[in-house]
Design a protein around this ligand. Structure first.
Ligand code: ARG
Length: 465
């Protein structure tokens, strides 16, 4: 049973077709519902292409002038919501070309000389993603600026540092925050690298083999601010690495944000109570009046799901595709757009939460004191002051921790005489290293958690931001 899609054959490629497509054919084929967001790039690409065609006398100056005028009118129509996008015309490229034909007549048909939708769509998507990448990098920089500020606020605030989510050693909250600065810095460089590799123009590769016209691909590349034209026409129309690289960098950045978001969720539980978010960044429960839920952090944490999924989706589409263009490649867009939308939303939410977040430094310090967090400092004292081998110091410390645990004491509350029963050479001096402040202050190695070192990290990072 056939169910015809429209009353007309496709105006752009319908020449050899006697009949119109089935409605489902149209539905599976059309991308206009989502690729219309490439309209600006499509028009920019067409303008650059038309200028080159005129410069090389492939089209007349008059046609060029008419094409530019028509394209400007289309910009105006789209900006003012007067443009009708049609699924019968498949995609943004044919929607714009058809409208150009209505506005300027046959000269519109000359615009598609020496190009194809295959190089056109690759060009448009690259142009779009280039701007997006710059914006993503800016959002990451915004977050880094906030982290620098918050790390300065909390350079001395002591929290328990964890391994295995078990209390390990005290660290400073500023140090902890700066760890995320470093992750976002690497994320940024991944986006910067991806952008640089992607910045070659596919325009003029035509369908797959290049073109018989005497074109100048360097001219269009330059006009569109690409570094150069891509070198191989087959590769130009079938490369989607640029999308994959953005999506891979996005997946890693989303992973970092999800770790940060998870920590915010943990820190906000009443059991931890390390940080709070204002009403602006929390939600209430419809049944439990006491609750303040970190929904934004949870959703940032969850965004990795779709962002990873989109990467896998496109990797799978590309796998096994023969050269050159296949319609499979149209499936790049929704995945890419979704990644961009949700990564940027998550980054923006993270930026908001980080500015809003307030630390409860008393609770943090209290927690840092628990769990024998200075046990390593005790062992290090035994090594440094008594010359014990570290393994033996570890053993002695274990015995002292056991004593403290049995007697419900912290390490600095064990009487000297009791300590000396376990290791006779221990002196009064040991108590100096048994506070969390002494513990963090002593970690002066480069990149360590001492407030001085954290301030140094902040200073170094400020210089290159
Ligand atoms: N809408 C198509 C896409 O996004 C444009 C390229 C179509 N090319 C073709 N030969 N049918 O991939």
């Amino acid at each position: 049973m056939s169910n015809k899609a429209s009353t007309q054959k496709n105006k752009m490629w319908g020449g050899r077709f006697a009949d119109q497509p089935d409605a489902v054919m149209e539905a599976i084929n059309a991308s206009i519902s989502y690729d219309k967001r490439l309209w600006r790039q499509d028009i920019a690409g067409s303008k650059a292409h038309a200028a080159m065609l005129a410069h090389k006398n492939i089209i007349s100056k008059q046609d060029y002038v008419d094409i530019l005028k028509g394209l400007d009118q289309i910009v105006d129509e789209i900006e003012t919501d007067k443009f009708t996008f049609s699924a019968a015309l498949e995609d943004i490229h044919m929607n714009i070309e058809q409208r150009l034909t209505e506005i300027i007549g046959p000269a519109a048909g000359r615009l598609h000389t020496a190009r194809s939708r295959n190089d056109q769509v690759a060009t448009d998507t690259k142009l779009w993603l280039r701007d997006v990448t710059d914006h993503t990098i800016k959002l990451l920089t915004d977050i880094q600026k906030i982290i620098l500020k918050r790390a300065e606020d909390y350079a001395d605030a002591v929290i328990p540092g964890f391994t295995h989510l078990q209390t390990a050693q005290p660290v400073t909250f500023g140090h902890h925050l700066m760890a995320y600065y470093e992750m976002f810095e690497r994320d940024k460089t991944r986006f910067i690298d991806a952008r640089a590799r992607a910045n070659e123009s596919p325009l003029g590769a035509a369908a797959l083999a290049g073109t018989v016209y005497d074109t100048d691909r360097f001219m269009t590349a330059e006009a569109l601010e690409f570094d150069r034209p891509s070198r191989n026409s087959l590769d130009s129309v079938s490369d989607r690495d640029f999308a994959l690289e953005y999506m891979a960098a996005a997946a890693i950045a989303a992973g970092h944000m999800s770790r940060f978001a998870e920590e915010i969720v943990i820190w906000m539980t009443p059991q931890f109570g390390f940080v709070s978010l204002s009403d602006q960044w929390t939600t209430g429960s419809s049944i439990m009046p006491q609750k303040k839920n970190p929904d934004a952090a949870e959703l940032v944490r969850a965004k990795t799901g779709r962002i990873n999924g989109n990467l896998i989706a496109l990797l799978t589409v590309i796998k096994g595709l023969p050269l050159a263009y296949s319609k499979d490649m149209q499936e790049d867009k929704e995945a890419l757009f979704d990644t961009v939308d949700h990564l940027e939303l998550a980054l923006t939410a993270m930026r908001g939460m980080l500015s809003d977040l307030k630390a409860n430094t008393d609770k943090m310090r209290h927690a840092a004191n628990a769990g024998f967090s200075v046990a390593t400092d005790l062992a290090d004292w035994l090594v440094k002051s008594l010359g014990l081998p570290f393994r033996q110091a570890h053993h002695v410390t274990g015995a002292l921790v056991k004593y403290a645990e049995d007697h419900n004491l912290t390490l600095d509350q064990i009487p000297l005489a009791e300590m000396q029963k376990i290791e006779p050479n221990i002196t009064e001096d040991i108590y100096h290293v048994l506070t969390v402040d002494a513990s963090v202050a002593a970690r002066q190695s480069y990149g360590g958690t001492a407030p001085d070192q954290v301030r140094l990290q902040i200073k170094e990072r400020k210089l290159c931001l």
